[in-house]
Design a protein around this ligand. Structure first.
Ligand code: HEM
Length: 188
């Protein structure tokens, strides 16, 4: 009882409040503290809450279907390449540099319909890339008359593509393609 009286006297002496007022304020502060804490989620708890979901995801199949592996096309004419410009979503997105065809499907945001570089898809864009040009006239694989600097720019693009994308074929002239087909017919 002596302890009780000492505590009450100390409360009054230190705070200038009556013990009833002091404990009422203390209780209110506790309620406010709990309410504010309840507004935030403990990161530990969040991690623990996520774990069972992640474990479940391990056993169920992934929601996102991985893009198909690039298919090798071999010899393709410029005209055939046009079909791979993104207008048919079931076909890969292809683009050629110096006659070498790359599967750029992973960069659909660049080359797909509505993308900033959609005009390059389904084309050999060598000239446009060498000249850093968006002029439709430059959308060709013809690199005649380019300066050394421009050819160097093109070379840098080619290195970038070789590193980033899978080569799936090469451009051939229509004549060469026909010749090849006839050759195959003769073989069989
Ligand atoms: C205002 C000028 C330009 C700006 C600000 C710009 C900006 C960009 C940016 C931010 C990227 C993404 C780079 C990455 O994440 O790897 C990109 C990619 C690209 N740019 Fe440009 N660009 C410009 C002009 C051009 C021009 C003139 C050409 C060619 C005619 C061009 C061709 C490309 C190509 C082909 C890619 C995609 C490369 C890949 O497949 O990784 N850009 N550009």
């Amino acid at each position: 009882m002596a302890l009780y009286t000492t505590v009450m006297e100390a409360v009054t002496a230190y705070t200038g409040l009556s013990p009833a007022a002091f404990f009422t304020i203390l209780a209110l502060m506790w309620v406010v503290y709990k309410t504010v804490c309840g507004m935030f989620v403990d990161p530990e708890e969040l991690n623990n809450a996520k774990k069972p979901a992640a474990a479940a995801a391990d056993v169920s199949p992934p929601a996102v279907v991985a893009p198909a592996e690039p298919v090798q096309l071999g010899d393709v004419t410029e005209e055939d390449l046009r079909a791979y410009n993104g207008s048919d979503p079931s076909k890969p997105l292809l683009m050629a540099i110096k006659g070498q065809i790359y599967d750029v499907s992973v960069s659909r945001m660049f080359y797909g319909p509505g993308g900033p570089y959609a005009m390059f898809a389904g084309r050999d864009a060598s000239r446009a890339l060498a000249l850093m040009s968006f002029d439709p006239q430059d959308l060709t694989g013809n690199i005649e008359g380019l300066s050394e600097d421009e050819l160097e720019v093109l070379q840098d693009w080619e290195y970038k593509f070789m590193e980033k994308y899978v080569k799936v074929g090469q451009l051939v002239s229509e004549k060469a393609q026909k010749h090849n087909e006839n050759g195959k017919e003769h073989d069989s």
